[in-house]
Write a protein that binds this ligand. Structure first.
Ligand code: SAM
Length: 245
């Protein structure tokens, strides 16, 4: 296995403790609920990728309260000095979903009772107080924000896709953001057990290399890579699985 992957993660357990302490501090302020949530395992997987591959530009599609955004900001702040771009329009209209009929009532009730302006204000405040240098919140739909990245010729090292889960929007996210990926890069796809997300998994399996997935009570995500050799993918899978087991 390639040497740098062999050494990954375990070379500095002090760094990992620092990372976990800061994620824990922020998670205490940002609860999980029906509208969203990012487990400590997924947070750790994404932030370790940022640290170990020194990722510079990462994107969080679907910010909600920020549980997947802030761990990336923390990893950039502590290790890579990069930036995470959080993308979320924070509107009722964009949050409507209709491809999961079994929970339609809950989905509709969530949208009608959620104060999206307050969510945006709360996340903005946490960024301003903690992660101004390493986190930019873009209040747009992911399909609109992609034009900004293109205009700036920005290459993306990791994209976490957790916006609208209806098939049309997940597919738009994968198709729009795949061309922006840098040479060595990652996509983390959430809610992989949703039927509506299946076509996105099929496309990602064609275009990238599947690294690993975690599906249990707290987790429902898969990680794909681009630009790593077969051996590197296997090595990375083993490392991540060990870290988040
Ligand atoms: C499941 S939540 C995200 C949870 C979040 N990642 C976390 O870790 O808690 C989905 C979010 O996607 C946002 N959203 C809906 N349509 C979107 C779009 N077209 N582009 C970006 N975000 C979108 C919603 O406003 C909502 O905040």
């Amino acid at each position: 296995m390639i040497n740098y992957i062999k050494k990954m993660f375990n070379q500095n357990s002090k760094d990992k403790s620092k990372l976990l302490a800061e994620i824990g501090r922020i998670y205490a302020q940002v609860p999980q609920d029906f509208g969203g949530g990012c487990s400590i395992e997924k947070a750790l997987a994404m932030s370790l990728l940022i640290k170990e591959f020194n990722l510079q530009n990462t994107v969080d599609i679907g910010v909600y309260r920020g549980r997947s955004l802030f761990p990336q900001a923390i990893a950039h702040k502590l290790f890579s000095n990069g930036i995470v771009y959080g993308i979320d329009p924070y509107t009722k209209e964009a949050a409507n979903q209709s491809d999961y009929p079994e929970i339609q009532k809950e989905l509709d009730e969530f949208v009608s009772t959620t104060d999206f302006q307050k969510l945006f204000d709360d996340v903005s405040l946490i960024i301003n107080e903690n992660y101004k240098e390493n986190c930019i919140l873009i209040r747009k739909k992911s399909s609109d924000a992609v034009a900004d990245f293109k205009q700036d010729s920005k290459q993306l090292d990791m994209v976490h896709i957790d916006g609208n889960h209806d098939t049309k929007f997940v597919m738009d996210d994968v198709e729009n953001y795949l061309p922006l990926l840098s040479e060595k890069s990652f996509i983390v796809l959430d809610d992989i057990s949703w039927k509506s997300v299946e076509p996105a998994i099929i496309l990602l399996n064609k275009e990238m290399n599947f690294v690993t997935q975690k599906v249990d009570k707290q987790n429902d995500f898969a990680i794909f890579s681009k630009g790593l050799s077969k051996d590197e993918v296997i090595g990375l899978k083993n490392k991540i699985d060990t870290e988040i087991s």
